[in-house]
Write a protein that binds this ligand. Sequence first.
Ligand code: SF4
Length: 432
Amino acid sequence: MTQLEAARGGRVTARMREAARHEGVDPEVIRAGVAAGRVVVLGDPERGRRPRAVGAGLTTKVSASVGTGAHTPDLAGELEKVRLAVEAGTDAIMDLSDAGDIDATRLAILGASPVPVGTLPFYQAAAQAARTRGSHREATPAQMFATLERQAADGVDFVALHAALSREVLAVQEAAGRLVPEVSYGGSRLAEWMRHHDAENPYHAEFDRVLEIARRHDLVLALADACRPGCLADSLDRAQVQELVVMGELAERSRRAGVQVLLKGPGHVPLHHLRATVQLAKKLSGAAPYFVFGPLATDVAAGYDHIAAAIGGAVAAAAGAEFLCYVTPVEHLGLPDAAAVRLGVVAARIAAHAADVAKDVSGARDWDRRMSEARKRLDWEEQLRLAIDPEQARRVRLRHNPKGAEACSMCGSYCAMKVVGEYLGAPEDPIC
Ligand code: SF4
């Protein structure tokens, strides 16, 4: 029985209970959300990964992507990124390996990660076809499904599939006059496969087979958009919307089959399109949880794309998205190193929390209030403890206030907290 079937049958599973404990809500909230398709539970405690619930009314979650590639063949380096991402507070890891011993890498990441792990199986199928038959275009449908089956059997918690990229959607995309036609790493190669073979996308044509595998392994499907906008100019164009319609239909079929499902979305989206983008995804998918990549609110922040993504992520999550795929400062410029991974996770967590404050998610506003009270008291230990990145806050505090002055070096003896405390009451008085 899958988590979705259990929830529909009124049963609270161990995963739901653990996810509820982490969230600080009644397990029934998680069960009801899963049963309605508005929440998915990722992660299996029996495999050593702490369950996380993603969806409406819950804290916004963050995911960090790692994986071996042609330029990052070192498994130890990727495992260090996993460690740093978890330490920085990521809720999930995506293993996007497409080079080296992909099976061994996946097993190592599954063993090292205490948080749910997702994959994109087509990366491996394409990489293996390139290695054995000279081109990713030579991947066979049998190989694509065998890869999906193997990754599911290894115990990954969720898989991203570009199952909505039908030939019809691809034709719309090709006719849409996009500024940047395709930017999805997996989606563009799958589109190339479809053009090369003049054939339907196997994940789309045989979606029932996808569902049978997902159901058997209680795997969460992340329906990924191959036509996500890769620049602001292409946001909300016909291709994106057409694919979103198909994603919504596949989400409905997934739930009917007892399979938990979420949507994986854009991309590059201007702030004034974000609310409409989220509303469309929610409306068309029956309110499935929405996992967005950033989104980047501007195309011109190279070197600072983690900030562009945090701005877009905060607005998207405030509008209803519930899962943010991190973006690092190296986006568009290269592959992130461990330090960039850490920065990307922290930036995404700031966006997620800012949105949770706006949505009044349980506990979010209280966290900020406690920080403000500590600031008013000039209680530095408490301020550092409550900071979203305590390690960085402590480093900065020490660098700028090596002697541990009561006020910080920003205003020194004119510290407003001290002055106000002297005139308006003891600093320990709570803020009204
Ligand atoms: S010195 Fe200025 S910035 Fe620093 S704690 Fe006081 S009011 Fe805040």
